[in-house]
Design a protein around this ligand. Structure first.
Ligand code: MRU
Length: 341
């Protein structure tokens, strides 16, 4: 698959994740507002992808507002606020904005550097995740459960957790992937199942509530997920439904492995209680496939993410390190020690 995100000289080019798997549509986003809209409606989604899209969006603003630093700063603020939970977005916007005094070309150079970096980061994470999972498990080939979409679509290249799964499959270590459908927006059913099929990896799709049951009945050897924000103590925010998988994995004694780039680590927040969880529209829950299911006006609780506390996480794998639960040293302590530089 070609890169999920690119710059064509005057616009941000992105795979439209709302159209998949039924249609392959390429978006050409020519204004910062179009970039913001694509991020908000999840046409571009996944923490690393929205970070890179945000960076390209700021570069686009600079391209359109040549010389008007205030206008670029205002666009950058709006882009960073498009979604609150994945730290990659505000991190990427801030990083590109730092080049503002050097002029338009410097912003674009920085954004394009981040596109290339994400490709390298994906590869390094996939290799380290595969190695870590093989070390933490005995059964071969592996049965892996994953949640949401953490693949090519969620990044620029091969993905985070799904990148690791692809690396494991390439070396013949995957018997089956169980993919949660990921209610309410079905990133698992629409995107992960599609990516697994494209990669030729055996998989089955299940409803989210079947994930913990699959673990409890011995159908899963390891859970591999991504992250939207990892706090200083190793707490992990990820797609709603992740927490129940971590509880089930701990109860069954199988490893729960988080794969995410360093740009997802937010050392400024001590623990998961400080993470802002995005709340999304009621219609995502009250309707299904465009048809109203619940009575109109039904009140809804629709958080897009949940927080898995560090004691349920076996290992966090980034592109350059593994932060791991060790006997006698809780992940929280290990994380704090490692994050201190
Ligand atoms: O709401 P989404 O689809 O953007 O949520 C995405 C996730 O929760 C992913 O697991 C996370 O961003 C990691 S993607 C490599």
């Amino acid at each position: 698959m070609e890169r999920t995100l690119a710059w064509d000289g005057s616009a941000v080019v992105a795979v439209d994740q709302c159209a998949l798997p039924h249609a392959r549509v390429t978006l050409r986003l020519t204004t910062p507002d179009e970039v913001i809209d694509a991020i908000k409606r999840l046409a571009i989604r996944g923490a690393p992808a929205i970070g890179v899209a945000g960076a390209l969006g700021v570069a686009l603003s600079a391209h359109l507002n040549d010389g008007d630093e205030d206008a670029v700063r205002a666009d950058a603020r709006r882009i960073a606020d498009a979604r609150p939970t994945a730290v990659n977005l505000s991190w990427a916007v801030r990083r590109v904005l730092e080049r503002l005094p050097e002029g338009t070309k410097a912003l674009l150079d920085e954004a394009l550097l981040m596109v290339d970096e994400d490709v390298r980061t994906n590869r390094a994470m996939a290799a380290l995740a595969a190695e870590t999972v093989l070390r933490l498990t005995d059964r071969r080939p592996l049965r892996i459960l994953t949640h949401c979409n953490t693949g090519s679509l969620a990044t620029v290249a091969i993905g985070t957790a799904l990148g690791g799964i692809k690396a494991l499959a390439e070396s013949g270590h995957v018997a089956e992937v169980i993919a949660d459908e990921t209610r309410p927006l079905l990133q698992g059913a629409r995107l992960t199942a599609w990516e697994l099929a494209e990669a030729g990896i055996p998989y089955r799709l299940c409803v989210d509530s079947a994930g913990p049951a699959a673990i409890a009945t011995g159908l899963v050897d390891v859970v591999m997920v991504g992250a939207d924000r990892i706090t200083a103590n190793g707490d992990v925010a990820n797609k709603i439904g992740t927490y129940s998988l971590a509880v089930a994995a701990a109860r069954s004694g199988i490893p729960f492995v988080v794969v995410a780039p360093e740009s997802t680590v937010d050392e400024s927040i001590p623990d998961g209680s400080g993470i802002v969880i995005e709340q999304r529209a009621a219609e995502e829950v009250t309707a299904f496939g465009g048809s109203q299911v619940a009575l109109p006006g039904t009140p809804v609780f629709n958080p897009a993410f949940d927080v898995t506390p560090n004691d349920l996480v076996t290992a966090i794998v980034t592109e350059r390190r593994v932060i791991e639960q060790r006997p006698g040293a809780e992940l929280a302590e290990v994380a704090r020690g490692l994050y201190r530089r």
